[in-house]
Design a protein around this ligand. Structure first.
Ligand code: NAP
Length: 437
């Protein structure tokens, strides 16, 4: 005789791109989930902003409501899925659910990157799950690997292509020779970029994800405001072409790096977290991540290098990540257990000025004798050592292209400032951080 499955009722808050894809996926998988886990997942209420809006997904009228708080407070609902987005009312709703002892699944990167520590602490106090696989890199499982499989791993650095819009734009610039403006406009036509693309192209979205990755990878709270970011709007076709000639591909990377684990002097970990365009060696696995795909590359002292690749956004891929969390939270609930992140110390943040990187620098200089010696002297004065140099003639000018060894950011910036003071340097063609193979 088989036991009948235990029903777990779900209150879904938000039925847009992701919520609207979750409903049919859940219905399609419901029997197989019940067979595998002994849990019957039943959506009991769906809260939306507008009851009259026409929707691609059919939602029975009896389930729809515009009162999200009532869904959270409904004693007949066991588990809350928050897919509204933004800070409020999502934050208040999640806190109320956690305080009522209800596990919460969310994909809300903006909220977690700004108020994560508060939410993790309240989840732990109330001994319930707060799961958020969908918040970083959409359909790619990255939070659970970091929280579970790699929890004992001394992770040293995580590099992520975590914004599909910017990866699409940079891929079109590299692969089809498109200008930044044309590639952005194509991304908007295809629905990859918003009409106001600022959050994507200026690195805010990737910054929020980098903050969450750093928090979970290093076990110390990092917020969006800690993340240094530069976007891709200043990347030119000339930068792309130069990078290609030198054997690099330009990518917008979210980088979370452990500077000091703090164990020796009982301090919180010190981390450097940043988002900016990077010239990635064409032999690095991230260089082949094209179009709107995402990938997260993890470097660990014991495990070595790992890469997770896939769809970082879109309704169905993101709903897949949400459903995985829902099943996890539901089975924990039936076993009266939960997976806490708990109270995290505040991370110590290394300022960008102190971060070490290799750099690419291109200078337009006078084509005259002695120029190279003057330029090399400036590099030397600031302790920036040159790994390679190329020179080409441009009429009565010459272009010097340098790749440096790893140098401290502030030393590179002083080098740049002093180079611009030299009469033989006409202009700086470009400067970018570099990651090797
Ligand atoms: N889209 C993606 O590819 C993706 C990927 C990863 C993570 N995420 C995250 O997933 C979350 C949802 O994204 P989405 O793209 O699905 O957003 P969306 O399409 O804008 O949907 C938002 C939903 O929330 C509802 N809503 C808004 N305010 C509400 C309120 N006060 N009470 C009840 N419902 C309310 C809206 O109702 P109406 O339908 O009536 O307007 C809509 O159904 C966000 O946190 C987002 O960052 C999205």
């Amino acid at each position: 005789m088989t036991n009948s499955p235990r029903t777990i009722t779900i209150g879904l808050l938000g039925c847009g791109n992701v919520g609207g894809a979750l409903l049919p996926l859940l219905e399609q998988q419901r029997a197989s989930i019940a067979a595998r886990t002994g849990i019957d997942l039943q959506v009991a209420k769906v809260a939306v902003r507008s009851l009259s809006k026409s929707r691609d997904v059919e939602v029975p009228e009896a389930l729809l409501t515009s009162d999200a708080a009532a869904v959270v407070g409904d004693p007949g609902i066991d588990l809350i899925v928050e897919l509204i987005g933004g800070i409020e009312p999502a934050r208040e709703l999640i806190l109320a659910a956690l305080r009522a002892g209800k596990p919460v699944v969310t994909g809300n990167k903006e909220l977690l990157a700004n108020h994560g520590a508060e939410l993790y602490a309240v989840a732990a106090e109330n001994e319930v799950d707060l799961l958020f696989e969908a918040a970083v890199a959409g359909g790619i499982p990255i939070m659970r690997p970091l929280r579970e499989s790699l929890v004992g791993e001394p992770i040293t650095r995580v590099l992520g292509i975590v914004n599909g819009t910017t990866n699409f734009i940079l891929s079109r610039m590299s692969d089809a020779g498109a200008s930044y403006a044309d590639a952005l406009s194509e991304a908007q036509t295809l629905g990859y970029a918003e009409r106001d693309p600022t959050a994507d192209v200026e690195g805010f979205d990737a910054g929020a994800k980098a903050a969450i990755i750093a928090t979970i990878a290093f076990g110390a709270s990092v917020v969006a405001g800690d993340v240094y970011h530069e976007g891709i709007s200043k990347v030119t076709s000339a930068d792309i072409a130069f990078a290609a000639r030198l054997g690099y591909v330009i990518k917008l990377l979210g980088i979370a790096e452990l500077v000091d684990d703090g164990n020796a002097d009982h301090k919180a970990p010190e981390v450097a977290v940043r988002v900016h365009p990077v010239m990635v060696d064409q032999n690095h696995p991230l260089a082949s991540v094209r179009d709107s795909f995402n990938a997260v590359f993890i470097e660990g002292a014991a495990v070595g290098d790992l890469m997770l690749y896939g769809r970082g956004a879109g309704g169905p891929p993101t709903a897949s990540a949400v459903l995985g969390d829902v099943i996890d939270a539901a089975s924990n609930l039936t076993r009266s257990t939960y997976a806490a992140i708990g109270d995290l110390p505040r991370a110590r943040i290394q300022p960008i000025d102190n971060v070490r990187s290799a750099f690419y620098l291109s200078l337009n200089v006078a084509d005259a004798t002695g120029v190279l010696a003057k330029v090399a002297d400036v590099f030397g004065r600031h302790g920036v050592s040159i790994q390679s140099m190329e020179q080409e003639g441009l009429g009565d000018e010459a272009r010097l292209v340098f790749i440096t060894h790893e140098a401290v950011e502030s030393n590179l910036q002083s080098t740049l400032r002093d180079l611009q003071q030299l009469d033989v340097v006409h202009s700086v063609g470009g400067m970018m951080r570099v990651i090797g193979s």
